[in-house]
Write a protein that binds this ligand. Structure first.
Ligand code: GRF
Length: 212
């Protein structure tokens, strides 16, 4: 996992859907880095309009325009590379990426469960079906296996007896919108280091009060 060393990292965010996590990043104040590109495989992703409203460049690389996955991924890599990012953030990006992307840039993902429980595209529904009392949010580095890389941050969300997939996912997303920007800020500040599966996050310096 290569480290992010730029003093003010350039951030590319990859989305497939509504982009509420992208919005949380855009609204989070100074992340210590700048969102310079929002890329999507889905031309109809709601997050593209959010990016445009914030004045962020967008790119759409539709899967169906390419002969196969490798050709699509090559085109995606080329488009992302034009923005020269230091960090990729997968925020609801629903396509699986291989080493062509994740070996090239440090990449983080936000996932709506406490990994390694409930990897995959239906985590809140799977948690409900299993009957767990706690689920939550994981922000992790991305490697070549799905929802698998070293875990940077996790937070639990209680499952309520009358939860539906929608109500549980909504409470999980409220946590995502806080946790993802916090992790991105830590990475941009150089506070995150990785050794194998183990991620260490140094505490942010506390503001010291000036003497009167
Ligand atoms: C989030 O719940 C995220 O954990 C999952 O996909 C969802 C994306 O939501 N990977 P949004 O597009 O950010 O609203």
């Amino acid at each position: 996992m290569s480290a992010v060393t730029a003093s003010r990292p350039r951030i590319a965010v990859l989305i497939s859907g509504s982009g509420s996590n992208l919005q949380a990043l855009l609204d989070a104040g100074d992340l210590g880095g700048d969102v310079v590109l929002v890329a999507s495989d889905n031309p109809d992703a709601g997050g593209l309009a959010r990016a445009s409203s914030a004045g962020v460049e967008t790119a759409v690389v539709p899967f169906r325009d390419y002969a196969d996955r490798a050709a699509w991924e090559r085109a995606l890599v080329e488009r992302i590379a034009e923005a020269a990012p230091d960090l990729l953030v997968l925020a609801g990006f629903m396509k699986i990426l291989t080493g062509a992307v994740v070996g090239r840039w440090p990449t983080v993902n936000v996932h709506p469960s406490l990994l390694p429980a409930f990897a995959g595209a239906h985590a809140p529904a799977d948690a409900l079906a299993w009957g767990v009392k706690l689920s939550g949010v994981t922000v992790h580095y991305v490697d070549e296996q799905v929802d698998h890389g070293p875990i940077i941050a996790q937070e639990a969300v209680a499952v309520e007896p009358d939860d539906t997939e929608a109500t549980l996912h909504a409470r999980i997303q409220a946590v995502e919108h806080r946790l993802l920007p916090a992790v991105v800020r830590d990475i941009c500040a150089g506070r995150v280091s990785v050794r194998g599966r183990h991620v260490h996050v140094s505490p942010a310096p506390t503001q010291t009060q000036e003497a009167p």
